[in-house]
Design a protein around this ligand. Structure first.
Ligand SMILES: NC(=O)c1ccc[n+]([C@@H]2O[C@H](COP(=O)([O-])OP(=O)(O)OC[C@H]3O[C@@H](n4cnc5c(N)ncnc54)[C@H](O)[C@@H]3O)[C@@H](O)[C@H]2O)c1
Ligand SMILES: [Zn+2]
Length: 369
């Protein structure tokens, strides 16, 4: 079964991708953080309220049966409660249960749980080890790998946080059987993004394998997750602190954030759905600049449609409102928008000088789609 190693300058860790891996979680924790599994050891298993009824008890039992003293903490799962208040509640639980530096936090949930519990682990006692067990496709291929943790404040999303690389990451695709299909598709948007920015073979494979992936064929899921984790790992290892090429992962996201901020006519797009539309908009923008031809945007739209993701719609706000939302984004400097644009499938560039007119034209292209 695949195991991807992230070899960072000060720390190296493994991402296990294996159906049933959570049943042997105690062994994985013991190997990654031996002091948390010894006779004086302890872990706090932080899970979210949506995951706990499906998988909380079995995973806690797997840890306990493997000889690890385990305390379970359940956190709320919403962007509104992805806050310092929730982190503070976790600190209280850590303190009550005398969690020490040699112990560990184990997460079991989607990206919100990875980010909140990861940040609590990063800051409690100036940092305790965290083992991430992501339960959404998005968290497996994105949020759990790379060490970014954090919470929202009223001023914006993910503005408070820390880099805290995990001691290990455990992706068990069997847990995806209880994940709502809409969430699975949102994770697929990020996978298609990885294909566009780095790997045309992966891009083609996802399109061709859509029925197996959506049918939760475990072999297809292992291949999907492993290939995507490898891409995220390569990008993180090349640029751990987001000084350069890690920004390629933002492909589609500047447009997506505007869609998320302005979801119109009662249409609420989830993040992955907004990224899907945003990728088509970015490709159309690249096309209008002459960076690539129409086949790139067409191919992206076909792949997204194959997995049931939106590629544009009348549910979008007016171009003026969308433009205003983009102007609020942190990627705008001096009236010019910074965008990640494709040059061909598998390659993107960062441009810092996209004008309002260009962006408006790109919005026009996805509105008509
Ligand atoms: N740190 C990073 O690098 C990074 C990267 C990408 C996204 N993120 C963050 O990730 C968050 C989004 O994560 P997400 O898309 O995983 O959503 P999420 O954490 O909100 O989970 C989505 C929903 O699915 C439920 N769920 C999760 N796994 C389940 C399962 N196996 N079975 C049944 N229900 C399940 C959850 O309870 C929740 O209701 C955002 O807050 C985003 O900022 C962080
Ligand atoms: Zn994203």
């Amino acid at each position: 079964m695949p195991e991807i190693t992230l070899a960072l300058p000060h720390h190296s860790y493994a991402v296990t991708v294996e159906p049933g891996a959570l049943t042997r979680l105690a062994g994985i924790v013991r190997e990654a953080v031996p002091s948390a599994a010894g006779s004086q050891g302890r872990v706090v298993l932080v899970t979210d309220e949506g995951v706990e009824p499906h998988h909380g008890r079995t995973v806690a039992k797997a840890l306990q049966d493997g000889g690890i003293d385990t305390v379970v903490a359940v956190i709320p799962v919403s962007e509104k409660k992805k806050t310092l208040g929730t982190v503070r509640n976790l600190y209280e639980i850590f303190l009550e249960n005398k969690l020490e530096r040699g112990h560990a936090v184990v997460t079991l949930g989607g990206g919100i749980c990875c980010d909140v519990a990861g940040f609590a682990a990063a800051s409690y006692l100036r940092g305790v080890p965290v083992v991430q067990c992501p339960t959404t496709l998005l968290a497996m291929v994105d949020a759990s790998v790379g060490g970014k943790t954090g919470v929202n404040v009223p001023q914006g999303k993910n503005l408070i946080g820390a880099f805290h690389q995990p001691a290990a990451v455990v992706c068990d695709p069997l847990v995806l059987e209880t994940l709502p299909e809409r969430e699975l598709k949102c994770g697929l948007a990020e996978c298609i993004k990885h294909g566009v920015i780095r790997d045309p073979d992966l891009f083609a494979w996802i399109g061709a394998s859509a029925p197996a992936i959506l049918g939760l064929d475990q072999a297809a899921l292992v291949e999907l997750i492993a290939r995507n984790v490898q891409i995220k790992a390569d990008v993180v290892v090349a640029d751990e602190r987001e000084a350069g090429e890690r920004a390629h992962l933002n492909f589609g996201h500047t447009f997506a954030h505007a869609i998320e901020a302005t979801s119109a006519f009662g249409t609420t797009f989830k993040h992955g759905e907004a990224v899907a539309i945003g990728m088509v908009a970015a490709a159309r923008c690249a096309e209008m600049r002459g960076l690539c031809d129409a086949s790139v945007g067409d191919a992206i739209a076909v792949a997204l449609e194959a997995v049931g993701l939106p590629t544009g719609s009348g549910g979008l706000a007016s171009d003026a409102i969308l433009l205003k939302a983009m102007a609020m984004d942190k990627k705008v400097q001096g009236g010019k928008v910074r965008l990640v644009l494709p040059t061909r499938l598998g390659e993107v560039v960062i441009v810092g000088d996209a004008t309002a007119d260009e962006v408006a034209a790109a919005w026009g292209a996805v509105r008509g789609a």
